[in-house]
Design a binder for this molecule. Structure first.
Ligand code: SER
Length: 316
């Protein structure tokens, strides 16, 4: 009798800021039973109630392999990672989590146990000597953060596993992601989400970045759309096996505050930069995403005006 091929997807780190929305979007697109959420802790109500969940530690190869075999998993989205600001506090822990989890998944690909992998990279792969504006796909990359170093090394591993072992790994360099469903954890671009929340809750915000720190940003819906689109694209369209630059908008804290003031005129912001300023200063202010547009048709839908409207409406 022919075996029924399930084509199940496993999301590792499904309870985080991106993982939650990615899981919900995949369940909507492919059917809830085919999308297994996993993490080291339980997630929000909507995530937990909308489909299967398993406790899986991204650094535990055996546990992931078990799930892959028993649930007929053919595709993994690895969303577990320690982000830039937290990683500066726990450098070796961050390196170990970010690298070990990726190599676990790449090795499952190499052994032919899964068919396709998504792993996010970041604007943090760039550094002080990378061109700051319209940062090209190919540029000097000299990340100064542990997070950035781990993402750049990860990109090289992805490219290596693709070339040597034919692993179908796909990746995007996400900018700062703006969302309201699940709180972000430990990033430098988190200030923007905090600003929306404080504007609504108490009308004041003390920003940990300077007023003119321009960074590339994106609304979560666009990031999820890009991820689904990249994973769906025919294999011959995927020309870059490190990670694609991805862009939608860029703004400074002062510009974000102005866009919020259009809705909440009394909103007040002051600026008290901390250690995260140095991280922000080392990153691009805008990105050139021509390759993503050309290879698999990327086009963002949300600019700052639309994002602010959505964020405030959903937080209120
Ligand atoms: N948003 C991330 C961070 O700030 C960058 O990838 O760490």
């Amino acid at each position: 009798m022919a075996q029924i091929v399930q084509n199940t997807s496993l999301i590792i780190g499904a309870c985080g800021q991106i993982g939650t929305e990615l899981t919900l979007a995949l369940r909507k697109a492919k059917g809830a039973s085919k999308i297994i959420a996993s993490d080291i802790r339980e997630g929000g109500e909507q995530l937990m109630q909308s489909g299967p969940f398993e406790m899986v530690d991204a650094t535990d190869y055996g546990a992931i392999e078990d799930t892959v075999i028993h649930q007929d998993v053919s595709e993994i989205y690895l969303m577990a990672a320690m982000l830039s600001a937290t990683a500066e506090k726990f450098p070796e822990k961050a390196w170990s989590l970010n690298m070990k989890s990726l190599l676990n998944i790449l090795n499952l690909g190499k052994e032919g146990k899964i068919k396709k992998i998504f792993w996010p990279s970041s604007i943090a792969v760039f550094g002080p000597n990378s061109p700051k504006e319209n940062t090209p796909q190919q540029a000097i990359m000299d990340p100064t953060t542990v997070y950035g170093i781990s993402k750049l090394a990860g990109e090289r591993w992805c490219s290596y596993y693709h070339q040597k072992y034919g692993v179908d790994i796909r990746s995007l360099r996400y900018p700062g992601l703006l969302s309201w469903k699940t709180a972000p954890g430990g990033g430098t671009t988190d200030y923007a989400i905090e600003m929306y929340h404080r504007a609504v809750s108490n009308g004041r915000y003390s920003c940990f970045l300077d007023k003119d720190s321009r960074l590339p940003m994106m609304y979560m819906d666009d990031a999820i759309q890009a991820t689904l689109q990249l994973m769906k694209a025919p294999v011959e369209n995927i020309k870059i096996r490190s990670a694609y630059n991805l862009a939608a908008m860029n703004f400074t804290p002062e510009e974000l505050a102005a866009s919020i003031k259009n809705h909440i005129p009394s909103f007040k912001v002051d600026y008290a930069p901390d250690f995260r300023q140095q991280i922000a200063d080392s990153w691009p202010s805008s990105m050139d995403d021509q390759a993503a547009r050309k290879d698999w048709g990327w086009a963002p839908k949300f600019d700052l005006v639309r994002t602010t409207k959505e964020m405030l409406a959903n937080i209120s």
